[in-house]
Design a protein around this ligand. Structure first.
Ligand code: ATP
Length: 316
């Protein structure tokens, strides 16, 4: 993995006897949307706060574009945006004034911050609320304004601590749409969540954190392949499923999970070429295959598989 953009090198944080982040080594590539997932207490907030330079590590380093973030934290803060899990807005500033205020705090001149505030209102979908006071906004709007606030200076790296927590599905979708757009425009994103399924749609890479360590990290598809080599395949048949069952039962890399009417669900270990060979064998045996679908492995399932493996390793 290319680790030049952001590298964590044996990064550690202790709170007295609690090791919240335990000698973490990790690389984040430029352009990633990296999902930091793990249960409550895994160390996500501690890690993000260290990456935001809001908290000093006990040991280890975080290196951003070749420089330790603690060497010149002021310059580093100019190129990152941080949205903590809990943040306060000024109740009696309007949405637009909030953005202008944070633009000023980042040292943007009047013309730039006015332009950015108006552009940001569009990006976060709050143009109609430009002149509404922050105190009257819904939870989803507050989160989007928090995001706008973290983005006003066009950071290269955006750190988000549980931004979707407490949002309804529509508000979450709106937030994730903004994140995709911001990412497409060149901002690398690290986003945490303890609701594992929540991040599957938005992240291309993921780190699964447990008791301060990463149990697995990397590109989502790679992790899925490594941890769960068996692919879940569903076939829709136009002929009697019994013929398909006969082929599948003698196929060494396949196992039938369920047959329900014309649908056969199976687990298959192998590449697309293996799937194509199996399909050819089915067709050769006179099975009508109308549809082949692969069910994606959700983060939830992945997480359980990883933690189960950990359990087995510890027990043996
Ligand atoms: P959550 O999803 O609940 O926010 P998290 O994954 O963000 O959890 P952290 O908040 O980083 O986890 O906590 C990691 C560990 O460090 C936990 O055991 C927590 O109790 C402990 N911890 C966090 N902050 C402090 C602190 N200020 N003092 C002492 N212990 C702390």
């Amino acid at each position: 993995m290319d680790t030049e953009f952001l590298s964590l090198v044996t990064l550690r944080k202790e709170y007295y006897e609690v090791v919240a982040v335990n000698d973490v080594d990790l690389g984040i590539r430029e352009g990633d949307i990296f999902g930091l997932v793990g249960p409550n207490g895994a160390g996500k907030t501690t890690l993000l706060r260290m990456l935001a330079t809001a908290l000093e590590p006990t040991a280890g380093r975080a290196v951003f574009r070749g420089k330790d973030i603690w060497d010149d934290p002021v310059s580093y803060r100019g190129v990152i945006g941080f949205m903590p899990d809990f943040f306060q807005l000024y109740d009696y500033l309007t949405t637009r004034e909030t953005l202008l205020y944070f633009g000023l705090a980042h040292g943007l001149d009047r013309k730039t911050r006015t332009g950015r505030a108006d552009e940001m209102l569009k990006v976060i979908g709050l143009e109609e609320k430009a002149h509404s006071l922050a105190k009257g906004l819904s939870r989803g709007m507050v989160q989007r304004l928090g995001l706008g606030r973290a983005l006003i200076h066009r950071p290269k790296l955006l750190l988000l601590d549980e931004p979707a927590s407490g949002l309804d599905p529509l508000a979450r979708k709106q937030l994730f749409d903004v994140l995709r757009e911001v990412n497409a425009q060149g901002t690398t994103i690290i986003i945490s969540s303890h609701i594992l399924g929540e991040l599957s749609d938005v992240c291309n890479s993921v780190g699964i954190m447990h008791y301060g360590r990463f149990l697995a990290a990397g590109e989502m598809s790679e992790i899925v392949r490594k941890i769960m080599p068996k692919r879940r395949i569903s076939l829709l048949l136009t002929t009697d499923p019994q013929a398909a069952r006969t082929v599948l039962q003698s196929w060494p890399t396949a196992s039938v999970e369920q047959v329900e009417g014309p649908r056969v669900r199976l687990l298959l270990e192998g590449t697309d070429a293996e799937l194509a060979r199996l399909n050819a064998a089915l067709v050769a045996a006179g099975v009508g295959v109308a549809l082949i679908e692969e069910t994606r492995t959700g983060l939830e399932e992945l997480y359980l598989a990883i933690t189960e493996r950990q359990g087995h390793a510890a027990a043996s």
